[in-house]
Design a protein around this ligand. Structure first.
Ligand code: ZN
Length: 67
């Protein structure tokens, strides 16, 4: 019932290394990565300011919820 608490999107928990603003989108992983690196803590994020995608190593604890 109270599953709305602490639901901060993963992308806004990490910041762009270049402009230091929170990321805007998480880029979906390709089937290739899903298949060969299903547990990889590396995620891709898109910064709308720099118009660039970055690979970021995320905290695995933050990936536990959902899937
Ligand atoms: Zn940026």
């Amino acid at each position: 019932m109270l599953d709305t608490e602490n639901k901060i999107p993963l992308e806004s928990q990490y910041k762009c290394p270049k402009c230091n603003s929170p990321f805007h989108f998480q880029v979906k992983r390709s089937w290739f990565r899903k298949k060969f690196f299903p547990n990889s803590p590396i995620r891709r994020f898109f910064c709308a300011r720099c118009l660039r995608r970055y690979y970021i190593k995320v905290d695995p604890d933050k990936l536990k919820k959902g899937s």
